[in-house]
Ligand binder design. Structure first.
Ligand SMILES: N[C@@H](CCC(=O)N[C@@H](CS)C(=O)NCC(=O)O)C(=O)O
Length: 203
């Protein structure tokens, strides 16, 4: 019988959204059950000592994390290389692009945590600018050379989830200065229904 998986998740996490989109496009929805978690969850910390989600739990109790590793695992389970080439120059180029997209979310999360956990007197404007600079430079790279919006793979999934995260949390305002990426996201969203199906609930 085909293995079933539990996805420790949160409906608002952009990294979870990557995995949920992959599950959708790979046709694995009937083999993955979502189980909500949060960073203080003791059972999550047993499954992933980092206490981070997404975390995919297998039938034997072992866990697969982080989101990029889960995408690789899921495409192997699905018996395809649709999300990422399994070897070669293209694999390295695309892997690098996936890390660039993830880095937008990582830097954005640090901006949000700084604003959430430090009041105005303790907040470091230099630190906020340092993180926002990463986001701006990564956006400039994608604006200059976006992936094919008509191809759903690990890069386009990661970029779409990162832009969706920027729209929701606003660590930077990106739309007025990135007309090409706005068009890219519209085209991708029209082409790939999994993006709308995984949209986080309104705040
Ligand atoms: N590199 C990890 C990042 C995962 C991550 O940072 N997830 C956030 C939720 S969006 C989280 O678990 N935050 C809780 C924490 O860091 O304690 C991945 O790609 O899965």
């Amino acid at each position: 019988m085909a293995e079933h998986f539990i996805l420790r998740s949160s409906p608002t996490s952009p990294f979870v959204r990557k995995v949920r989109m992959a599950v959708d496009v790979l046709g694995l929805a009937d083999r993955v059950t979502l189980a909500t978690t949060d960073a203080a969850d003791a059972t999550l910390r047993e499954q992933n000592p980092l206490g981070k989600y997404p975390c995919l739990v297998r039938e034997d109790g072992t866990a697969v994390y982080d989101s990029s590793v889960i995408l690789e695992f899921l495409q192997w389970v699905a018996g395809t290389d649709r999300l990422l080439p399994v070897a070669g120059e293209q694999r390295i180029a695309r892997l690098t692009q996936t890390r660039l997209a993830d880095g937008i979310v990582d830097a954005g999360a640090l901006v949000i945590y700084e604003e959430r956990y430090h009041d105005a007197t303790r907040r470091s404007d230099d630190w906020l600018e340092h993180q926002r600079g990463k986001i701006r430079r990564a956006l400039a790279v994608f604006e200059a050379a976006p992936p094919d919006p008509l191809q759903t793979d690990a890069v386009s999934i990661g970029l779409a989830c990162a832009l969706g995260f920027l729209d929701r949390r606003q660590p930077v305002v990106w739309r007025p200065t990135h007309a090409g990426l706005v068009r890219w996201l519209d085209t991708f969203a029209d082409h790939e229904p999994a993006f709308a199906r995984t949209r986080p609930p309104e705040p």
